[in-house]
Every structure is written in C-alpha cells, then in structure tokens.
Design a protein around this ligand. Structure first.
Ligand SMILES: [Zn+2]
Length: 289
C-alpha cells in the first residue's frame, strides 16, 4: 500500500475508492511527465475524465440557457461526476504521488487538469490575518456580490490584476479539505462567475489551451508552498483586452468605484508590508510572562 502522509482513515477510504474508479475507467491519467506541456520545467501530471468534455462549464453541467442557475444538488449526476473526478485526482496527487506543494491548473479544450510540482520553499507566514476571513483587512474591499452560492465567494484581485478569485467561504487551505458540497460547488461557481462576469457564452470561454485566442489565460489553484496566501483561492486570469472592455462597458458605477478603490493594488501591498513587519516584530519580542 502506498504511504499516505497526513491523511486520516476517511481519506484512506477515498483513496482506495479512487483506485477502484481508475480501474473501472472513470478517469484517466494522460501523462505523468512534462513532455506534452510546453514551457514547464517541473514535472507535470495530466488528468482527464474518461468521457471527453470541451470546457469546464460543460464538465460542471452549466449551459448558456442557465438564467438563474443553481449549483448542482447532491442527488444529481453532475454533482457525483465532479466529486468523483476531483476526489480521484486528489487521492492520486496527494496519496500515490505524495505531493504537498503543487499548482493545479484547469485547461480546455478539451477539459483537463494539469498538476505541476512546485519546488518553491517559502510558505505563507504563520499568524498572518486572512484577507478572505478577516473583514478588517483590505480583502473586504475586493469581494463581489455573487449570491449564487453561500459556500464560496467571488472576488476582484486585491493586487488589481485582470483576475477573478474564487474562495471557499470556510477557511480551508487544500482542495482535499473541502467537503463534497464545497468541492462540487467550487468548480460550478468558477464557471458561473466566468459566464456572468465576462459576459461571454460558455462555448466562447476559450481556455488556456487556445493560446493567443484564450479568453481565460490561466486558471490555477496553488497548494502548499506554491501559494502566497494561506486560504484556498482559485485564480482566474482573464485576457487583458477583454478585462478592459469588461471594465469600460459592463461594470456598474459601484463596481467601477470598487476597482478604483484598490488603487492599482497599492492599498493591499502597503497593508501587507505593515502586516508582515508587525508579525516579525511580534516574533522578536521576548515573552514577558
Ligand atoms: Zn481564511
């Protein structure tokens, strides 16, 4: 049996279940080295569902007619599909491969997940206030009104990059720590946020694999030392020209004011410098008790 570092018995069960699903051909490991992935110096592992889907939206069952779309309910086929695929993938990545530090990127067409090993050694500093959970931090200013699910939140990037950010509402740091509800809804929320915020049809959501024509340049979820912020956050990097077009033509005055208030990311950067200095000073102060 493969060693599973830091996993409890429930996860061990999920790992065994994932192995069974692999055997039954529900998903496939396409490649386990970087040969098919351009410009990546690190080992990469590519996963696809056994049945082919064109986009992330197609995989999570979101179509263009989804007016008042609701996330998939636990009794539905889509919910089961998304949970099984990502549980199997995570069991393979964190169980069989034993990876702790990695980038998880979603690509299309055709929908696939690329896991890239990270050699970064710097972890997010312990004790830092969480910009997703603590409303007294500048994070509060970049949160968007997105009522489709209360399990996740949608944000502008506090650094003011052309990006949407999706986080679980609850503080967790790895995708494998999410409940089934959080897992199924996470990817649905990402697809829904792209559809709604960028105003393009699901078929037009040209993904990272579309190269220069890609609407979405990158969609990544960093784990362990591969991330700068502890709270699990999915980064949806949008093509700059589309972002500007979206900014000018689609946003409300309120949204525009919210964006302007980020001051090109200076508000966040200045806060973070102060925050890290305070942590350092705290660590240097001897315990007076
Ligand atoms: Zn948090």
């Amino acid at each position: 049996m493969t060693d599973i570092v830091g996993h409890d018995s429930k996860q061990l069960f999920l790992y065994e279940k994932a192995q069974a699903e692999l055997l039954h051909g529900l998903w496939q490991l396409v490649a386990n080295r970087s040969t098919t992935v351009a410009n990546i110096g690190q080992p990469a592992h590519i996963y696809r569902p056994a049945k082919a889907f064109l986009t992330l939206a197609a995989f999570v069952g979101l179509d263009d007619s989804a007016g008042d779309a609701c996330p998939p309910e636990s009794s539905t086929k889509v919910y089961g599909r998304v949970c099984r695929f990502f549980r199997a993938l995570l069991a393979d990545v964190e169980g069989r491969l034993g990876l702790v530090h990695y980038k998880l990127a979603v690509e299309w067409p055709a929908f696939q997940v690329v896991v890239i090993e990270s050699t970064r050694t710097k972890a997010p500093p312990a004790g830092e206030r969480c910009i997703s959970c603590d409303t007294t931090t500048p994070g509060a200013g970049s949160r968007l009104d997105f009522p489709a699910t209360n399990l996740h939140r949608v944000w502008l990037d506090a650094k003011a990059r052309p990006m949407l950010i999706i986080t679980p509402t609850r503080h967790c740091e790895r995708l494998s720590q999410c409940t089934d509800d959080e897992l199924a809804t996470f990817w649905w929320t990402a697809a829904r946020a792209m559809q709604q915020e960028l105003g393009v049809g699901v078929d037009m959501l040209a993904g990272p694999a579309a190269g220069a024509n890609a609407v979405i340049r990158r969609l990544t979820l960093n784990h362990g030392n591969a991330r700068n912020i502890a709270h699990l956050h999915l980064k949806i990097l949008v093509r700059q020209e589309l972002w500007k077009k979206t900014l000018v033509h689609r946003w409300s005055d309120e949204r525009r004011a919210q964006w302007d208030a980020l001051d090109g990311g200076r508000v966040y950067r200045n806060w973070r410098v102060r925050e890290l200095q305070a942590l350092k000073a705290q660590a240097a102060t001897p315990d007076t008790e």
